[in-house]
Design a protein around this ligand. Structure first.
Ligand code: NDP
Length: 247
């Protein structure tokens, strides 16, 4: 039997990058999956088959969350797995930061996760089990130069994960955070602030000497979404090729 058969998953930022990879693996392992994104993901959902739907969704908007959760329940039933994956990463040196840039990071990376947890939890209560999987970053474990706003939000995601574990544990809802290192997605490879030399340098910055593939993170999402991780909650899972193990 596949590892998440019978479960319903909602993945934000699922039209491309890691979110799309998570959707592909959860579907392969038997889940019904809704991908949502501010980008159009209709073609991807169609390619992935009848057990996958796409809804347009801005994670910063409460009314979008309410609509997406209601439509997911209508199509597939109550939600068992939430992957709070949508995010942005902007680099800004100390002398060129703007309030607008900080606020944009806060709204998408932090408020979006807060709304997702709050609005999806009642659906998980109906399902009588749930796994909230919040995608933070190694930037949620330590600082990186130029990433003030991103780092602040990713630390917040790590903190909210712990509170959700406490708030919802008695409803059989678990909550964990994932902290990827550098992964080969459009956020890294199509980023105007990142050239090939920087990607090569980032690859050399960990003991394995390469950047990660999205599916390596998806394997962890699958584990946390499945009942195999049934006693794991409030924890943080680093997946970075060993980048932050150095002292
Ligand atoms: P991508 O940029 O490839 O995908 C993120 C998706 O989220 C995009 O489609 C993006 O659309 C979408 N998005 C942005 N804003 C919103 C919004 N308001 N509402 C809904 N969707 C939105 O990123 P990755 O796949 O690389 O990243 C996924 C997650 O992993 C993020 O949270 C990121 O911070 C985290 N992460 C990534 C790492 C990496 O090396 N790639 C490392 C560590 C963590 P748009 O293009 O319009 O912005």
């Amino acid at each position: 039997m596949a590892r998440v058969t019978g479960k319903v998953a909602l993945i934000t930022g699922g039209a491309r990058g890691m979110g799309l990879s998570h959707a592909e693996l959860l579907l392969k392992e038997g889940a019904k999956v809704v991908i949502t994104d501010i980008l159009d993901g209709a073609k991807e959902a169609e390619r992935l088959g009848d057990h996958c739907l796409y809804f347009k969704h801005d994670v910063t908007k409460r009314e979008d969350w309410e609509r997406v959760v209601a439509e997911t329940e209508k199509a597939f039933g109550p939600i068992n797995i939430l992957v709070n994956n949508a995010g942005i990463a902007g680099f800004a040196p100390w002398d060129s930061r703007t309030d607008e840039d900080y606020e944009r990071h806060y709204k998408i990376n932090q408020l979006g996760v807060y709304l997702g947890i709050q609005i999806t939890a009642p659906s998980m209560m109906k399902a009588k089990s749930g796994s909230i999987i919040n995608i933070s970053s190694i930037a949620g474990m330590g600082g990186s130069m130029g990433l003030m706003a991103y780092t602040a939000t990713k630390f917040a995601v790590r903190g909210m994960t712990k509170v959700a574990a406490l708030d919802y544990g008695s409803f059989n809802i678990r909550s964990n955070s994932i902290h990827p290192g550098v992964i080969a997605t459009p956020m890294t490879l199509d980023n105007p602030n990142v050239d090939k030399a920087m990607v090569d340098a980032m690859a050399q910055n960990n003991p394995l000497g390469r950047i990660g593939d999205p599916v390596e993170v998806s394997n962890l999402v699958l584990f946390l979404g499945s009942d195999e991780s049934s006693f794991m909650t409030g924890s943080e899972f680093v997946i970075d090729g060993g980048q932050i193990c150095k002292i």
